[in-house]
Design a binder for this molecule. Structure first.
Ligand SMILES: *Cc1c(COP(=O)(O)O)cnc(C)c1O
Length: 412
């Protein structure tokens, strides 16, 4: 049986036609018909109202959204702690400080009460309000967007939605990324759709779109020569990569339905009755794309081999696309998945199934040890007990059954 990966890209077959066209017409540059076409496809997919700028990564999209919101050195930005580092790192690129906000247990995303507490306390401590709020659609699950937007309005702080994992997820029928000031999308190799690497920023209006475009193309002024009055970035998407994106957009609905179908199978199997619980939409307002299906495992559940968890250093990346080049200093850290989770990951790995721990909260990451954090223990507890399971278009019904059987068979 072939190895089952967490989330593998799946091509429609149309990608190569768009790429061939780019070569035939000599548009092998970071602009052109594929970039324009991809942006139009994205705009239509997101409801048609907001312009979209295609960029070379989701990280670049976060970076430019922050700049557009006026974030500068010395500022603070409220970022969901339970996330991938691309939500918060661009804040530090600007010399600003991420203030980490813990999660609430239903969506696993930014806790609105903690957010408001943080905003009030930061104002008391620093004399200034944070400059932006970044909630994250973790594993595709929508955040408590209405409450977060209301808080943003109350304190006049823009909301940047990190919908990198939530492309096509909806809240009350509306696509994520179209609620806040800006919406971030990612098309990295393992996301809902891929351009090999790429991202996009959903903008509130045409003026904002032009400004983002300007920053993404080295902030060049309208002279016949290169005149620069601000610092810009080389962040546009290549016309070749955009060709992949156009091909992917022909099957995006199918992809999302398949992710949701695999989630259905896990939902039925992991109902909590045997200590394993599927992370589901909190209620009918939420419509996750289930980019990755996740479960939590009770600490009382014992897994074969758990007494040997963390005895060996990791060889290569766990599920990572790039591979780890740095040796770990220790086998354990002060914040890690429970031994039964690590044992389960190893059992699955040996059975040819790639499973991965949840994101380690940013407020527990050594690089952010001195950052302000407003915590309630939720994300740490989820990180200790959670596991991501193979999702995506390459996972068949048969694979899902094998994954479910393998997981249950590992319980002692
Ligand atoms: C993938 C991802 C991003 C953007 O990542 P890129 O790899 O730069 O496209 C941002 N935020 C989250 C939460 C992500 O998972």
């Amino acid at each position: 049986m072939a190895r089952i990966y967490l989330c593998l890209a799946h091509m429609s077959g149309k990608e190569q036609q768009f790429i061939q066209e780019a070569f035939d017409t000599n548009w092998v540059v970071p602009l052109g018909p594929n970039v324009n076409g991809f942006e139009q496809d994205l705009r239509t997919f997101c409801g048609g109202e907001r312009p979209v700028v295609a960029l070379c990564s989701g990280t670049a999209a976060v970076h430019l959204a922050l700049i557009a919101c006026g974030v500068q050195a010395g500022d603070e930005v409220c970022v969901q702690s339970f996330t991938f580092c691309a939500s918060s790192h661009p804040v530090t690129y600007l010399g600003a400080t991420p203030v980490f906000i813990d999660s609430e247990p239903d969506s696993w995303n930014m806790d609105p009460a903690l957010l408001e507490q943080a905003i009030i306390e930061r104002k008391q401590k620093t004399g200034r309000y944070p400059k932006a709020i970044i909630p994250v659609a973790l594993y595709g699950m929508p955040y408590r967007i209405e409450e977060i937007l209301a808080i943003g309005r109350k304190y006049n702080i823009p909301v940047i939605e990190d919908a990198a994992e939530g492309f096509g997820s909806r809240y009350k029928g509306q696509v994520l990324g179209t609620f806040g000031q800006y919406g971030v999308l990612s098309f990295n190799g393992n996301k809902m759709i891929t351009t090999s690497g790429g991202g996009a920023l959903i903008c509130p209006d045409e003026t904002a779109r032009e400004r983002i475009m300007w920053y993404a193309t080295q902030a060049r002024e309208a002279y016949p020569y290169y005149q620069h009055e601000a610092i810009g970035y080389n962040y546009r998407l290549s016309n070749i990569c955009a060709g992949i994106g156009r091909g992917q957009m022909t099957i995006v609905d199918e992809h999302i339905r398949h992710h949701q179908h695999i989630a259905d199978l896990y939902r039925k199997a992991f109902d909590g009755s045997r200590g394993v619980l599927f992370h589901d939409n909190p209620n009918a307002d939420y419509d996750s794309n289930f980019w990755l299906s996740t479960v939590t495992v009770s600490p009382d559940i014992h897994i074969a081999g758990e007494e040997h968890a963390y005895e060996q250093a990791i060889q290569g990346a766990v599920g990572g696309a790039a591979g780890v080049v740095h040796q770990a200093a220790t086998l354990r850290t002060d914040c890690q998945p429970n031994d039964n989770i690590e044992a389960l990951r190893i059992v699955m790995d040996k059975a040819g199934i790639e499973a991965r721990p949840l994101w380690k909260p940013m407020h527990k990451q050594p690089v952010y040890r001195n950052n302000p954090a407003y915590v309630n223990g939720i994300s740490e507890q989820l990180f200790a007990t959670g596991l991501c399971l193979p999702s995506g278009p390459m996972v068949s019904d048969e694979d899902a059954k094998y994954i479910i059987d393998t997981l249950y068979a590992a319980i002692r």
